[in-house]
Design a protein around this ligand. Structure first.
Ligand code: 13P
Length: 251
């Protein structure tokens, strides 16, 4: 099971270090079968990664990856730093799709580069706000763009984050999330009928907290969650881990 925390650009380096130290000192090592991935901002990645160097259940990821192997893209993390400090990279978050105009093609290019340096992409997808799911919806196009470019034996993760559930305190309807997780798994299955294809975990994100997490972890087809604001304090995040560690959710 996956518990991912996207710290966005909410924390200073000092705050990121303080949060990582706080989590490190209170993590109980018996949380087997939970993959915790922390996504600090680029300035804090090396510091946070060092703190969890010896903790196998905690990985660190970047919030975005480079678009190409070239070394002259101002504002981008280098491919070598991505490969050195990160096990995961978050790609295609709706905040970036909307604010920076990131396209499916750019996201797929970043994903293939990340895989080349041994980093697992976590690709965020959403349904277009307010539209029904249909074969031409944003969700299908987002998935197909990735599936067409990534080798069938490569591992990645999909995070379904409906835009209207992000940062609003109003999470999506679990019934709807279950339905969409089913569509995502089916789309992936149909395009990757290759022996040896790894299981592609599907996560839900959007206003997750310690009160509602169980209703998402118990859903068929959901392998974990991507948390935003509830991951910014050690107390809140540890409460979530505690709930998630209930063995019935450990898929
Ligand atoms: P919130 O949990 O704050 O809604 O943020 C979700 C998110 O954007 C995670 O990537």
């Amino acid at each position: 099971m996956y518990i991912l925390a996207n710290w966005k650009n909410s924390l200073s380096l000092e705050d990121s270090k303080g949060l990582a130290d706080g989590l490190y000192s209170r993590f109980i090592q018996q949380y087997h079968n939970i993959n915790i991935v922390l996504f600090p901002d680029d300035v804090s990645i090396a510091t946070v990664s060092l703190i969890f160097d010896s903790v196998s259940m905690v990985s660190v990821g970047a919030q975005d990856g480079p678009l190409g192997a070239n070394t002259t893209l101002t504002g981008s993390i280098s491919l070598s730093n991505l490969g050195k400090f990160c096990d995961y990279v978050l790609l295609g978050h709706s905040e970036r799709r909307i604010t920076l105009g990131e396209t499916n093609e750019m996201i797929a290019r970043k994903a293939t580069l990340a895989i080349d340096v041994g980093v697992i992409p976590v690709i965020c997808v959403n349904k277009e706000d307010g539209t029904e799911i249909d074969p031409h919806s944003g969700l299908k196009a987002q998935l197909e763009s990735i599936l067409n470019r990534i080798d069938s034996r490569s591992k990645f993760v999909i995070a379904y984050e409906p835009i209207d559930a992000i940062g609003t305190g109003i999470s999506a309807d679990p019934k709807e999330v279950k339905k969409i997780a089913g569509i995502i798994h089916e789309t992936i299955f149909l395009s990757r009928k290759v022996k040896g294809s790894p299981h592609i975990p599907v996560l839900y994100g959007g206003s997750i907290n310690d009160k509602n997490i169980k209703s998402f972890l118990s859903l068929e087809g959901i392998d974990g969650v991507l948390i935003g604001s509830a991951g910014l304090t050690a107390d809140n995040f540890l409460r979530i881990i505690e709930k998630a560690s209930d063995s019935q959710y450990l898929k």
